[in-house]
Design a protein around this ligand. Structure first.
Ligand SMILES: CC(C)(COP(=O)(O)OP(=O)(O)OC[C@H]1O[C@@H](n2cnc3c(N)ncnc32)[C@H](O)[C@@H]1OP(=O)(O)O)[C@@H](O)C(=O)NCCC(=O)NCCS
Length: 378
């Protein structure tokens, strides 16, 4: 008999499971703050390195703290040689699969492998923040039969990431856009991947395990994978005039328009506002304004849905920015990952600081009291 009076929270929707001092989100009013700083201020005035420090340590760094942090990040960019052999062996896999595998492997090489204290976890999180761009771009070069490009320590995090794509020094404008994109992606509360990382840390497993699991969660199309799908949609739409019919066709077939909707935001995702402006500027500058126009036409076609709280999310405009920077479509989710590592790190640290096993209940609705029949009689 099914138990009565069980209140189910499918998808844990609307459930608070712990406290945090990292990221504040007000989904009804479209507000996002990291450690009390508004995302608009950080997007316009800060840098990824500064935001990573802010998330991990709780305050913005002074000049000396910034320089020390930057030096550690830069000196941690290289990878153990053995990882390149593994990348070669799996080079035809999706970049997120490669990333997941190599992050897991890095646990064995980390000098703090057996140190799961808060300090050790922070050191490992910072190292992973520095190493993950190198993994993504090493794989990209290896799969194109090229030698991986050595990190350039004269470039900041965003600049070096773009540089390692093909060894070409990126423009200052491209660096600034990438940097802002990383800032906007750096943390976002208890989303599916951060929650996954917390579940793993809840068992006191290490940060490499938690981030490996976070990468797996992020790779799905309902989470980080959406930017890739939006780009695909824009390609299929081809011209702004086709957008309305395309969207109607999706909706009438009960399909989702990628880059729209959010579990928490009922107002416009505050991160999307910045990315929309950036797509506009960049597509005009490069004489490829059709991408911006296609996206705006999709947004117009979806306008009636804003009454139901379905607005553009962070992934809607991000993909076109990457595309205009010459980045292939299957690297879009890895870019999201590059930005997200400080957020995962600090959430794992918070979990460790007052740890508790995360273990909710499942309401059983299957059969009971069945009689066991030996295999020869079934
Ligand atoms: C992000 C997402 C998974 C959130 O989902 P959720 O909080 O579980 O909300 P639901 O899936 O229950 O959707 C609620 C309603 O809105 C509709 N909806 C949500 N997102 C939609 C979208 N992108 N396009 C069309 N309809 C959408 C659903 O069909 C559902 O309608 P119904 O009540 O008539 O069945 C969902 O909005 C989605 O799939 N978006 C597209 C993928 C995407 O952009 N992901 C990136 C997120 S940052």
């Amino acid at each position: 008999m099914e138990k009565k009076n069980v209140k189910l929270y499918r998808g844990l929707q609307g459930v608070y499971f712990d406290r945090t001092q990292t990221t504040y989100i007000d989904g009804s009013n479209g507000v996002l703050e990291y450690r009390g700083y508004n995302i608009h201020d950080l997007a316009e005035k800060s840098t990824f390195e500064e935001v990573a420090y802010l998330l991990i340590y709780g305050d913005l760094p002074n000049q000396k703290q910034f320089e020390d942090f930057d030096t550690i990040l830069k000196s941690s960019r290289s990878l153990p040689k053995k990882t390149f052999n593994v990348i070669k062996n799996i080079k035809n896999s999706h970049p997120m699969d490669v990333l997941r595998t190599i992050v897991s492997m890095l646990a064995s090489f980390d000098e703090d492998r057996d140190d799961n204290s808060v300090e050790g976890t922070i050191r490992k999180g910072i190292r992973l923040t520095a190493q993950i761009p190198t993994i993504v771009m090493a794989h990209h070069n290896i799969r194109n039969n090229r030698t991986p490009i050595e990190p350039d320590n004269n470039l900041n995090h965003a600049g070096n990431f773009l540089y390692m794509l093909e060894g070409k020094k990126p423009s200052q404008n491209a660096i600034n856009l990438m940097d802002k994109d990383f800032v906007l992606h750096a943390d976002h509360g208890s989303n599916a991947s951060a929650f996954t990382a917390r579940v793993v840390s809840g068992t006191s497993a290490d940060i490499h395990g938690a981030i490996t699991a976070g990468i797996a969660a992020l790779s799905g199309p309902s989470h980080g994978g959406a930017a890739e799908d939006v780009m695909q949609m824009a390609r299929e739409i081809k011209t702004p005039e086709n957008a309305e019919a395309y969207v109607k066709n999706l909706l009438s077939n009960k399909k989702r328009v990628m880059g729209f909707g959010h579990r928490v935001y009922r107002a416009e995702d505050p991160r999307a506002i910045h990315l929309k402006e950036d797509v506009k500027k960049l597509s005009n500058e490069l004489g490829q304004s059709e991408w911006y126009e296609i996206l705006v036409s999709v947004q117009k076609a979806m306008a009636p849905y804003s009454r139901r709280g379905i607005h553009v999310n962070v992934d809607f405009f991000a993909g076109v920015i990457y595309h205009l920077n010459g980045i292939p479509q299957d690297l879009f989710v890895p870019i999201f990952t590059v930005g997200r590592i400080p957020g995962w790190t600090v959430q794992i640290v918070e979990q460790f600081q007052h740890n508790i096993l995360i273990r909710p209940l499942l309401h059983y609705t299957g059969e009971r009291d069945r009689k066991y029949i030996p295999i020869e009689n079934r």
